[in-house]
Design a protein around this ligand. Structure first.
Ligand SMILES: Nc1ncnc2c1ncn2[C@@H]1O[C@H](COP(=O)(O)OP(=O)(O)O)[C@@H](O)[C@H]1O
Ligand SMILES: [Mg+2]
Length: 184
């Protein structure tokens, strides 16, 4: 059994891409971390902006249980919180997205301005990617594109090793200039 973690900032495209990856791989199972966290009540409270405060140790144990009980060849787990966790033996793929695209998606979700800007800064400084590279024995970054799912399939099959880091800091600088205000 191979365990693949798909993670990234909210609005990067994790859920969309993970579904496409799962549809391309026979004998795979896809788990949405958020569904697991809600169904097993793996959170202690809600933060001020409405996000669940996840019990990371409990989630790691639950994922370990899934790994042991799933009879599938490939287990794919997707979720933002996964970049902050250590999951033994897993390969992590961090989905990156252009900041303006991400902002549009988060606005569509109805996020408050501050929450959107916090997420854009997190994306620009590569918060998820930096954590994933510390927490996983193997981690890759991939821009969201129509080819992203096929690239992940190639990574799973050991045929591709994409670059380790993508630099979007310049996009943050351009956004700040365009708006003529600092929004950090
Ligand atoms: N490659 C893509 N092409 C077109 N739309 C996309 C793509 N990736 C994501 N989206 C759209 O962006 C929105 C957010 O994507 P989602 O997968 O839910 O992000 P995440 O799970 O990282 O928060 C969805 O409405 C989805 O349809
Ligand atoms: Mg999602």
């Amino acid at each position: 059994m191979k365990l693949i973690v798909i993670t990234g900032t909210p609005g990067s495209g994790k859920t969309t891409i993970a579904k496409e990856v799962a549809s391309k791989i026979k004998d795979s199972e896809l788990v949405h971390a958020n569904d697991l966290i809600k169904s097993k009540h793996i959170f202690s409270s809600y933060s001020k902006d409405g996000a669940m405060v996840v019990k990371l140790g409990m989630l790691a144990r639950e994922i370990d249980r899934l790994r042991k009980s799933s009879g599938k060849r490939i287990l794919i787990i997707e979720g933002h919180v996964l970049c902050d966790m250590k999951i033994k033996g897993a390969t992590a793929v961090v989905i990156r997205e252009h900041l303006e695209t991400m902002r549009n998606r988060l606005e569509e979700r109805g996020y408050a301005k501050k929450k959107i800007n916090d997420n854009l800064v997190s994306e620009a400084i590569d918060y998820c990617g930096a954590n994933a590279s510390m927490n996983y024995k193997e981690s890759f970054e991939l821009m969201n594109s129509k080819d992203a799912a096929s690239t992940i399939v190639s990574i799973i099959e050991g045929k591709m090793m994409p670059r380790k880091q993508i630099d979007l800091l310049h996009e943050l600088v351009m956004l700040m200039k365009k708006e003529k205000v600092g929004f950090i």
